[in-house]
Design a protein around this ligand. Structure first.
Ligand SMILES: [Fe+2]
Length: 624
């Protein structure tokens, strides 16, 4: 670094710098972002702000953000998903279908009405729902995507598949559903960090979308990362959900991680406040909870302004199970979303992996066999063994229900999954785990097996997207808030609730204070942004919905720092790049002039503080 030429600065300029530095020191707070290296942190709770809404109603189906704004077979609900580093999935839906609203046969005594007893209302819509539904022919509309690097010039075309699905409830009083046509096309040969323009649809029907645009991510490699990764869970489709998504869009993400529980179709018109207040009372003979599938179509339209230009990677939550007749589950999730399962060697859309720049993502299924004897575990083991940390230094995992959670809601709910899978993830040095399910925010200290561990992952819960079920505010460590043994039974898998066998909560199910593994928790809606800056540093920021109109305001922020030099990793490769500082800071410090000036200003600030403690005369003497 070039030597600082302090002595060459004139005396008046020295005085001005001193005054400016002193003013900066005394009138502004320098925000220092903490790092995980300073952890474990003392547990901190920020309680729910009672001036905020704990929840809000679902948006109605005729809300402008949910209604269909194209006609006939033109594409809608357009969404992108990553496939491989050089290919992307484009998905969309087409078709005008109808609603048949059912009424009970015995309410119509006249024979002529027997022909109409299933049909009392007929409206143009994009999904068919009622007692008698007839699936459309998916081959009636083709699946094409045109794309290129210049606007209006599409020098590549790809074709894909068209599919439909049915959601069937053949029980008194419930409605069946058959979907519009769902299209999936994979486009290949994409260059990294490049802007592409595209259209999708069926050119033979003159039904192509307007031109849309997206930017590809960097190729796998230790020096390049997606700019900003948005992480959101339990989003739903309420007015809180719209705030979350509007806020998320202002943070300009380059990809989205959606950690489950998306549109809450099983709450709308059932127990969601708009329909039956008691589902089992209203439909005593129905063995399955009905879902209102047109909510998925509304959700697809609601998300399109974002998902048609930014890839969204989804993993299923319990609200995607949607059981129907024949023990079929996850049908809507599996049919509507393209995920890189085959690309990552998985035989199921319920778990998969992918790379985005220097990050390897693992998306795990909590509602499919996670035991060590099962297919998911075998796939996970194989996938982890293939990870090359020289190419993808960061290993980020996501699944829906959190393993570490100090809220009363879902407390210890997925202990069985944790017991089965945690050692494998720890052995391979997973850096960060994102989950949802709990409708609040919580960031954990690095932890493994409920023990503080500087090589354990940072678990973060962001199930605070804004769905109709309200924000969670109770903590299991508060008096009277510890769940009973019958609470929090998972919708899949066994119950492995346990009393702690060691530590401050030994022999107890709940702690008597915020657990030491819980670093920060707050009951508020919001979303997170992950900015990986190099092979060791990533900036995590949790944005609260109430901060949407305030710049530089957020609920939680920390640098997550990897330490591969001290944490042994089971995956291949373990090289540490020379700089452990975020690139922007490292570049600043490497710049001779700027670095010199910073040193000088810092020196002057410190000097000014000393001067305040001594005397003016002494300071002037020192300057001269
Ligand atoms: Fe959930």
């Amino acid at each position: 670094m070039e030597k600082c030429k302090i002595s060459s600065i004139s005396f008046p300029l020295k005085i001005m710098i001193v005054i400016a530095a002193a003013a900066a020191s005394s009138h502004s707070q320098v925000h220092i972002i903490p790092t995980t290296l300073e952890g474990p942190f003392e547990p901190k709770t920020r309680s729910f702000d009672p001036s905020l809404r704990r929840g809000s109603d679902d948006l109605p189906m005729d809300h402008p953000r949910l209604t269909k704004n194209v006609t006939s077979n033109f594409p809608e609900q357009i969404a992108l998903a990553l496939s491989t580093p050089t290919s992307i999935w484009i998905s969309w839906l087409t078709g005008n279908i109808y609603i048949y609203i059912y009424t009970h046969t015995h309410t119509f005594p006249f024979a002529v009405f027997k022909y109409l007893n299933y049909l009392i209302f007929f409206a143009l819509w994009d999904a068919q729902i009622g007692v008698n539904v007839t699936a459309v022919d998916p081959s009636s509309v083709a699946s094409e995507a045109w794309y290129g690097k210049q606007s209006g010039k599409y020098d590549a075309k790809s074709s894909g598949v068209s599919v439909i699905y049915n959601q069937l409830y053949p029980f008194e009083g419930l409605w069946n559903y058959t979907s519009p046509i769902i299209h999936h096309v994979r486009i290949h040969g994409l260059e990294p960090e490049t802007t592409y323009y595209y259209k999708c649809g069926d050119s033979s029907l003159s039904a192509m979308s307007e031109e849309l645009v997206f930017e590809t991510l960097p190729l796998p490699g230790s020096r390049k990362y997606p700019s900003r990764i948005a992480v959101v869970g339990d989003l739903g489709l309420t007015s809180n959900s719209t705030t979350t998504i509007d806020h998320l869009i202002t943070n300009d993400p380059s990809m989205i991680l959606m950690v489950g529980d998306m549109c809450y179709a099983n709450q709308y018109l059932t127990t969601g406040g708009k329909g039956a207040s008691c589902y089992s009372c209203e439909f005593p003979d129905a063995p399955i909870r009905e879902t209102y599938q047109p909510r998925w179509d509304g959700w697809g339209r609601f998300m399109q302004p974002l998902t048609s230009r930014v890839p969204m990677m989804v993993i299923e939550g319990n609200h995607e199970i949607e059981p129907q007749v024949g023990s079929n589950t996850f049908i809507s999730y599996k049919t509507r979303f393209s995920v890189p399962s085959k690309e990552s060697g998985s035989n199921s859309n319920l778990y998969y992996s992918f790379d985005a720049g220097g990050i390897h993502f693992i998306m795990l299924g909590a509602y499919v066999d996670y035991n060590q004897t099962g297919a998911q575990y075998a796939w996970l083991k194989k996938d982890l063994e293939k990870v090359d940390r020289d190419t993808t230094p960061w290993l980020v995992a996501a699944w829906h229900p959190p393993w570490y959670n100090s809220y009363s809601s879902h407390y210890q709910e997925f202990e069985c999954m944790r017991l089965q899978m945690e050692p494998l993830l720890y052995q391979h040095g997973v850096d960060i785990v994102f989950s949802g399910h709990v409708h609040a925010y919580e960031r954990m200290n690095r932890v493994y097996n409920y023990t503080l561990d500087s090589c354990g992952p940072v678990h973060i819960t962001v199930g605070d997207g804004g769905n109709i079920e309200k924000v969670d505010i109770d903590h299991a460590d508060e008096p009277g808030k510890c769940p009973s043994a019958d609470d929090n039974v998972p919708e899949f898998g066994g119950v492995c609730h346990m009393n702690f066998s060691f530590g401050p909560a030994k022999d107890k199910f709940c702690w008597d204070r915020q657990p030491e593994w819980s670093a920060y928790r707050e009951s508020s809606f919001g979303h997170g942004i992950l900015e990986v800056v190099n092979s060791t540093h990533a900036l995590w920021t949790w944005h609260r919905n109430q901060d949407i109109y305030q710049e530089q305001s957020y609920g939680d922020q920390i640098y997550i720092v990897r330490q591969p030099e001290i944490c042994s990793i089971g995956s291949k490769g373990n090289k540490v790049l020379p700089t452990s500082l975020p690139p922007s800071l490292a570049a600043t410090l490497r710049d001779p002039l700027l670095g010199c000036l910073l040193c000088y200003v810092a020196f002057l600030i410190q000097a000014f503080r000393i001067w305040e403690m001594v005397t003016t005369e002494f300071f002037l003497l020192w300057l001269c």
